[in-house]
Design a protein around this ligand. Structure first.
Ligand code: BG6
Length: 482
């Protein structure tokens, strides 16, 4: 007997900027992702004082420009998802396809038409679309001319954009998320708030102001969506790293609570509960700001209070360890958030610590805090894949990772967590967000394209394709790899 509910939303997840390509076709404007160079140094380049958003093709490659050419091949890709039995498909709308500069009054019809077709293609196979309205791809002009999310004008631009897509697609799309990994701003200000060092990426107040503006914008989107159709399910989306204290030292325990509050929960508390949490005042004080330093309008708090989200969507790849006492801990890399090495865990090829039990803990922590449905909208293993002589790809390491995480989800459901779906990240290989690499692959579907942009772009099925097909067919009952 399956532990998963009957209508569980099995699927996969992607983001427009990482797979569509066609970055300048049919009226699309540049997005922040289009200005991000490829390669392992990507985040370091974006975080350098010199970075100014200019695109220099003589110096760097820009893999997001081509993505995996999903724009032209989406029918083939959706057919493969349907063959795996997907019940849902999480993707994002490229804001810069709809409002190329972000500040226009009228949308770009060609951009909307592309998503009409994409959505219809999903519906043809009874795949429920799950849409992220903004996934690390705001129009570049909003970063260069307006200075990113710290500028309150972005609330109006986002509202116009959200209103446009919600109005156009609400009769076909039930599940939405307002911002991808909204709480990542201190770690990836450039991706989530369009901030670089020159415009406030290192400035605490700018990021807090950016978040406040995003909370208001998110509440407005929820309001618009629910007015169009009260049945729409509009979620927040956070990056979640289950956080352990290194030991039982109360100093470390308190530091762990603090990191949890300030990283994992700061945004979701506001978006789910409709108000800022009690720890906020101290958080501000410790960074030298007060509420009076922020630009806040009278109606903001009422909007935030009245238009809370329906569910918590979150990404989970790894856990984190806190130790502020000893200074000689081994360090590890991570999904935006690296830190102290956990001696009980192994890490991926990119140094992210693999922790399935941490997924069960995450689900328990989130559900018990908020008491609204949870949706795991990203999880997965970025790994190097090898093509065998016969053309097959035997990705047992990926199957093992997913198997253990799905088993942990089943336990969490037995713990009482209301989990509505699971969309592993990069269900088809795509451009990595943190490095711009193609060789960091997550997919069930392999795409013939390398880090230098060479390849046929042909799609082929990995071993995990058949495995995931079986998992979905048995509603998570049969996780065996044989
Ligand atoms: C999440 C992002 O942080 O992690 C995705 O929402 C991203 O956009 C995913 O691709 C995996 O990270 P990476 O750096 O391996 O692509």
């Amino acid at each position: 007997m399956s532990k998963f509910p009957e209508n569980f939303l099995w699927g996969g997840a992607t983001a427009a900027n990482q797979l569509e390509g066609a970055f300048d076709r049919d009226g699309k404007g540049l997005s922040v992702a289009d200005a991000m160079p490829g390669g392992k140094e990507r985040l370091a380049i974006l975080a350098s004082d010199d970075f100014d958003w200019s695109i220099d093709e003589s110096k760097y490659t820009y893999p997001n420009h081509r993505g995996i050419d999903h724009y032209d091949r989406f029918k083939e890709d959706i057919a493969l998802f349907a063959e795996m039995g997907f019940k849902c498909y999480r993707f994002s709308i490229a804001w810069s396809r709809i409002f190329p500069q972000g500040d226009e009054m009228e949308p770009n019809e060609a951009g909307l038409k592309f998503y009409d077709e994409l959505i219809d293609e999903c519906l043809k196979y009874n795949i429920e679309p799950v849409i992220t309205i903004s996934h690390y791809e705001m129009p570049l002009n909003l970063a260069t001319t307006y200075g990113g999310w710290k500028n309150r004008q972005l609330i109006d631009f986002y509202e116009r954009y959200a209103n446009t897509v919600l109005t156009r697609f609400h009769s076909k799309v039930k599940y939405w998320m307002t911002f991808n990994e909204i709480n990542s701003s201190f770690h990836a200000p450039v991706l989530s708030q369009g901030l670089i060092n020159k415009t406030g990426a290192k400035d605490f107040k700018s990021i807090i102001q950016g978040w406040h503006n995003q909370f208001v914008a998110s509440a407005k989107a929820v309001k618009i969506g629910h007015e169009l159709n009260p049945d729409l399910q509009i979620g927040c989306m956070i990056i979640y790293a289950t956080t352990y204290s290194m030991d039982s030292n109360p100093i470390n325990q308190m530091a762990t609570i603090k990191q949890n509050q300030e990283f994992n929960f700061y945004c979701a508390d506001v978006q789910v509960r409709g108000k800022y949490s009690a720890f906020t005042n101290r958080f501000f004080k410790e960074h030298g700001i007060t509420w009076a330093d922020l630009e806040i309008e009278d109606q903001d708090f009422a909007l935030i209070k009245e238009h809370t989200v329906d569910y918590v969507g979150f990404s989970y790849y790894m856990s984190a360890v806190v130790d502020i006492v000893s200074e000689d801990n081994a360090q590890v890399a991570g999904n935006l958030l690296g830190g102290v090495k956990n001696p009980f865990l192994e890490a991926s090829d990119w140094g992210w610590q693999i922790d399935p039990e941490g997924m069960r803990i995450a689900l328990n922590e989130i559900y018990n805090r908020y008491q609204v449905p949870c949706f795991i909208v990203e999880n997965g293993l970025g790994a190097y894949d090898k093509i065998e002589a016969d053309g097959s790809i035997v990705d047992d390491y990926r199957i093992d990772y997913l198997q253990r995480h799905i088993a942990a989800m089943a336990e969490a459901i037995e713990d009482g967590v209301d989990l509505i779906g699971y969309t592993p990240w990069g269900c088809i290989d795509l451009v990595s967000a943190s490095t711009g690499e193609m060789s960091k692959r997550y997919g069930f579907v392999y795409v013939d394209l390398d880090d230098e942009g060479q390849g046929t772009l042909d799609r082929s099925k990995k071993k995990s394709f058949d495995w995931y097909q079986k998992v979905i067919a048995t509603n998570g009952d049969d996780l065996s790899n044989n």
